[in-house]
Design a protein around this ligand. Structure first.
Ligand code: PLP
Length: 368
């Protein structure tokens, strides 16, 4: 059932997979707007039986990650589907830096008595090993949001896990071109397709991938029964978007490296966190485990006021949340609740594919 890309590199697969390919067929799987189908065929009702448009996206992402994919309505719908599989009274282990939506979902479940939360430092591999003996869900996010800390996923995944314990990795920041956690032994990978997979800041989507057929069936059941199905237009746009992921990521990563080096040399900046910098605390792990350091940078503009002023003055870069689009965005992350572990002046810069000199010039004028 897993799409097989054994003969193709990821860069070719991402362009060619999920296309009809037959004589007289369109090159792209068209958006099929459908909920209901006449009896007698393979499909009856879309929420139960999926659609060819969703499946094109699932084929592409599943093949990249090395498993079977399920497309969801949003990244959070995919995250929530995995959390839904935790038994009542179970233990969820979270890293000390993660997407605040996932943190809030977990906290809400704990407040409702649904599960217990344990927090482990993303970099403390030994502690993850200990947690694997009693956890029901080990939730990794690497590189993390917003500190771009990189976990040693191969080492953590090698830990002996309690039977039934799930190791899940939110792979949104890395993308499947830079990191494939299932190859290291993770049970399930989650993406916000909203970000790099869509790539144009114009859709919400999520996706899970697993190589475990029974886990795949259970995730399908969650999508079906909780109704977290992707939109037709969104799934089609995400498939269109992912075709260019290779070149987008290459350009955005090169831009980010140039900007991170420039920031590090600038005396107005207190600290810069980018996994590609020697100074980054997890640079070595990143160099060993990732194919590319990505396009997200966090930097500390020494205080909330200076950071807010820079976000106001920025022109080419948009003052906005989110990441993974062709357009650069930045914001002060401490503005959100539950982010008290961050320096108040910490800005997350999601680098796009504009000209790097223009981006640097914009940052330079914004720092005043
Ligand atoms: C954005 C994001 C999500 C949630 O995705 P939505 O599509 O906004 O629901 C989950 N994890 C990470 C790391 C993200 O950046």
């Amino acid at each position: 059932m897993s799409p097989d890309r054994s003969n193709l590199s990821a860069d070719s697969w991402v362009v060619t997979a999920g296309r009809p390919h037959g004589p007289g067929e369109p090159l792209n799987t068209p958006p099929m707007f459908v909920s209901n189908l006449a009896h007698g065929g393979d499909r009856g009702y879309a929420r139960n039986d999926s659609t060819p448009t969703w499946e094109a996206l699932e084929t592409v992402v599943g093949g990249l990650e090395g498993g079977s994919a399920t497309a969801f309505a949003s990244g959070m719908a995919a995250v929530a589907a995995v959390f839904d599989l935790v038994p009542v009274g179970g233990t969820v282990v979270l890293p000390d830096d993660l997407y605040q939506g996932s943190a809030s979902l977990a906290a809400r479940g704990e407040a409702a008595g649904r599960w217990n939360i344990q927090t482990v430092a993303l970099t403390d591999t030994d502690e993850w090993h200990r947690a694997a003996r009693h956890a029901d869900l080990l939730w990794l996010e690497s590189p993390s949001n917003p500190l771009v800390t990189v976990a040693d996923i191969p080492a953590i995944a090698a830990a002996e896990r309690r039977p039934g314990a799930m190791l899940a990795v939110d792979n949104t920041f890395a993308t499947p071109l830079a990191q494939r956690p299932l190859e290291h032994g993770a049970d399930v990978v989650v993406h916000a397709a909203t970000k790099f997979i869509g790539g144009h800041s114009d859709l919400l989507g999520g996706i899970t991938v697993t190589a475990d057929p029974s886990l795949h069936d259970r995730l399908r059941q969650v999508r079906q029964l909780l109704g977290a199905t992707p939109g037709t237009m969104e799934a089609w746009l995400a498939t269109r978007g992912i075709r260019t992921l290779g070149v987008r990521l290459e350009r955005a990563t090169a831009n980010a490296a140039a900007i991170a080096n420039w920031l590090e040399a600038d005396t107005r900046i207190a600290t810069v966190r980018y996994p590609g910098l020697q100074s980054h605390p997890t640079h070595q792990v990143a160099a060993r485990t990732l194919d590319g350091f990505g396009s997200i940078i966090a930097f500390d503009l020494a205080g909330q006021e200076a950071a807010d002023a820079a976000c106001e003055r920025i022109e080419l870069i948009t003052h906005a949340t989110s990441l993974g689009g062709v357009d650069s965005c930045m914001e002060r992350r401490g503005r959100y609740e539950g982010q008290s572990h961050l320096p108040p002046g910490l800005i997350r810069l999601a680098v796009g594919i504009e000209d790097p000199d223009d981006l640097i010039a914009d940052l330079n004028q914004a720092f005043g």
